[in-house]
Design a protein around this ligand. Sequence first.
Ligand code: BDR
Ligand code: CA
Length: 336
Amino acid sequence: MRAWILLLLVAGAVCPTWASDVEPVKVIIDSDPGVDDAMAILLALSSPSLEVVGITTVFGNVTLDNATANALTLVELAGTDVPVARGAERPLTKPRRSPPTFVHGADGLGEAGLQKPAGAPLDVSAAEFIVEMARRHPGEITLLPIGPLTNIALALAIEPRLPELIREVVLMGGSARTEGNVTPVAEANVFGDPHAADIVFTAPWRVTMVGLDVTTKVRMQDEVLQRVAADNPRIGGFVWDITRFYKAFYESRGVRGGFYVHDPSAVAYVIDPTLFQTAAARVRVATDGLAEGHTITALGTPPEFWTAWHEAPEVHVCLEVDAERLLALYESTLVP
Ligand code: BDR
Ligand code: CA
């Protein structure tokens, strides 16, 4: 027994980073909750691998007021005091469009009859909060945007050194090789604010795109949610209730074998990137016209005469995912 303890102490001395390797990753989730956002936030709040230092809200699946109320509801449900900061009410340039109530319900959480939250958001804006946290924890924060990218672009405008201060950006949005979900070529979050998305994809930081190429390959089945609800009635029961509306939407669109797991897939990437296969690429976003919101992706190293892509920084695009292992991670995190 003593020999084992000695061995562990020696290993700690030889590998001084050992202890810090298991430190949870600090994340700020930028979200428009949204049913799958709610699932993503609850996954992150339940994961010992992550420390959620804040949730920032943005228009998208619902209005900003609704998104902020929903974020507060989730924080209270999880029994945490994670701060919530209100963000952008509309895109940087294009007009705001009405929320897709047919996907997430009028309240954004599946019209499950939830009570209003007791708490209130911070006095600072989402963009200010992101900048403040990045300055306080340089090199430590992972930004996890799972809605339109407006707040992130606004934070870059406040603090141009943000890319040096942020550890990485892991975003749910876009598609490299598959069709879009709001137009034949555009994914909803990028379409929500294409100008902001292009700013984020071309800033000099490490960006990983968890887009429709992978999120449509992960299908959540009722059996998984039933087990989670049985073993963790508080969180799992809530997820069961809010997902009925969302599930019906996907079924009405002919999606079989479960509903798409968009936003939780981005959280899963931060917890365990080995679930995914990525490729190096350069991504630019079409900001208007018929292709508005298209993440035009040049895989590999683009030739010099593809100037807009050649001059853009490298982005890591998720192309494949181990869906079975991701669903197992979801289940084991909510029911440890
Ligand atoms: C994305 O759009 C929203 O409806 C979801 O919450 C997700 O973030 C998928 O395209
Ligand atoms: Ca979302």
